[in-house]
Design a protein around this ligand. Structure first.
Ligand SMILES: [Zn+2]
Length: 217
């Protein structure tokens, strides 16, 4: 979870995994992505399809200079997805992790549009919320869940091995592993997830401090 500068927790309205996965499939359909498409052109969505989704002026920017620690972020106030240039270039040359990073920011945009902007709750408030509910209110969990379901659609990967998911969906080995487990309803140990978790945690830490623009200020 992300904590803002006033030690409040940044949350969104609680959504179940099913809610998020259904939203991902609805967006795939809306974008006219073939039911059985394993490879999704993330940069094409970013460049050509995103504005039409909610008919607004969302843009993306790949600045020459980059002063932030994170690799990409969505600024809700400016309605701009900012991407570090090397991450954009790597995504363009098919790097799975960079593709996931960019889709994660697109997911933030889509989820905020569908379910509302983030807000903060105090650490005191958390005491009355169960762990499971709290997890379902984490914007990072929601964006990662959406991205996983969007890039690696359950019903078309359930017969594939991890390596095949990695190659055909063009995602990192870790994302492929998570998708493999999800499609077969296999629970995995946290230790198996170490790489993914570290990366995810790193994103969380990097995304504190007002990344959501005015929403958290
Ligand atoms: Zn994020």
């Amino acid at each position: 979870m992300t904590i803002d500068e006033n030690y409040n927790l940044i949350v969104v309205r609680p959504k179940s995994r099913k809610d998020i996965e259904e939203a991902a499939q609805t967006v795939r359909q809306y974008l006219k992505i073939a039911e059985d498409a394993l490879y999704i052109d993330v940069l094409s969505i970013l460049e050509f399809s995103l504005q039409a989704l909610f008919n607004d002026d969302i843009i993306f920017s790949v600045p020459d200079e980059w002063f932030r620690e994170e690799e990409a972020y969505y600024d809700t106030q400016k309605n701009v997805i900012f991407i570090r240039s090397d991450v954009y270039d790597k995504a363009a040359s098919g790097d799975g992790r960079s593709r996931f990073t960019i889709m994660h920011e697109i997911a933030h945009y889509i989820l905020f549009k569908l379910f509302g902007l983030p807000y903060t709750i105090s650490l005191e408030d958390i005491k009355n919320i169960s762990d499971a509910t709290l997890k379902s209110m984490d914007p990072e969990w929601q964006a990662n869940t959406f991205t996983g379901a969007f890039l690696c659609k359950n019903d078309i990967i359930e017969t594939l091995e991890v390596e095949e998911i990695e190659e055909k969906c063009c995602v990192s080995q870790t994302a492929a592993f998570v998708a493999f487990c999800r499609s077969r309803s296999i629970s995995y140990r946290d230790s198996d997830m170490e790489e993914f978790s570290n990366w995810s945690l790193k994103l969380l830490l990097q995304e504190g401090g007002g990344i959501f623009g005015g929403a958290t200020a």
